[in-house]
Design a protein around this ligand. Structure first.
Ligand code: SPD
Length: 279
């Protein structure tokens, strides 16, 4: 049978991956970090026993977190990424020639170091001169920041446990909104609309109390338990379906998942989600 690594999703469900070898196992000041090489998902980053990203399906997550926002925001010169220490989200941001500065705020330097060494195929933009990495707690960064404004903000946190829990607070979202340009767009990973339905709904309510346009969208990420994942597009102006064609054209060729049709399709919600959100 060989060795398996299981993520426990709840008290009656686990997701198991067959392991070829463990490449890294250590503890930072914040969390346990592991990288395993698996038979089916390639290399997998694990934080505090939770699967974070894999070589096999990371594009489904990172393209969908970044590209809908980057294709709709009127300006994308200044982008802020909070979390995302594996480098997949900033890679997606920096594919856009219109991005002039990308600030990435990550609490845990060891996640970046380990990802650079063991997941070089995910973080392919570490050496881009437009990237400015700041190792600070995202919540603190947002709380303290007074005059920085961003055209796009992307929240790429862990599940709401451990150091990433504060990235689901209403006060944190309010701080992000303060840092967003008036016509800016924020997008965030908003958890599973099946396995974590209560959290998904709570997050939507928190965002709706702050932004006039809050639109969840869904897609598959097989690594994340039940396979169905959500992200949320937020703004005070604009519409998520009104994408800028030239922006999309600039990146579609190099995207494994994202294209113009998918952009439209992911915002269509199944009935159980609409009903949960009273839409
Ligand atoms: N259940 C795991 C959710 C993790 C979401 N963020 C992953 C980070 C990938 N850059």
């Amino acid at each position: 049978m060989g060795l398996w690594y299981d993520e426990t999703l709840d008290d009656h469900t686990r997701l198991g991956l067959r392991v070829k070898e463990t490449l890294f196992s250590g503890r930072s000041s914040y969390q346990d970090i592991e990288v395993i090489d698996t038979v089916g998902f390639g290399r997998v980053l694990i934080i505090d026993k939770v699967f974070m990203t894999s070589e096999y399906d990371e594009f489904l997550y990172h393209e969908m977190l970044a590209q809908p926002a980057l294709s709709t925001a009127p300006n994308i010169a200044r982008v802020l990424v909070i979390g995302g220490g594996d480098g997949g989200t900033v890679r997606e941001v920096l594919r856009h020639p219109d991005v002039k500065d990308c600030v990435m705020v990550e609490i845990d330097e060891m996640v970046v170091d380990v990802s650079k060494e063991y997941l070089p195929g995910i973080g392919t933009a570490w050496n881009d001169p437009r990237l400015d990495i700041r190792f600070i707690d995202g919540h603190e960064y947002v709380k303290r920041s007074t005059d920085e404004k961003y055209d796009v903000i992307l929240l790429d946190g862990t599940d709401p446990v451990g150091p990433g829990a504060v990235l689901f607070d209403e006060s944190f979202y309010a701080g992000c909104k303060r840092m967003l340009a008036p016509e800016g767009v924020m997008a965030l990973q908003s958890e599973s609309p099946l396995l974590m339905m209560d959290l998904f709904v709570q997050t939507q309510h928190r965002l709706r109390s702050l932004f006039s346009e809050v639109h969840p969208y869904l897609g598959p990420v097989p690594l994340y338990g039940t396979g169905i994942w959500s992200w949320t597009w937020c703004s005070d102006t604009g519409e998520p379906l009104r994408a800028i064609r030239e922006r999309q054209e600039a990146i579609v060729e190099g995207s494994k998942a994202y294209n113009e049709e998918l952009h439209q399709a992911v915002f269509a919600l199944p009935n159980y989600v609409k009903r949960a959100l009273k839409l």
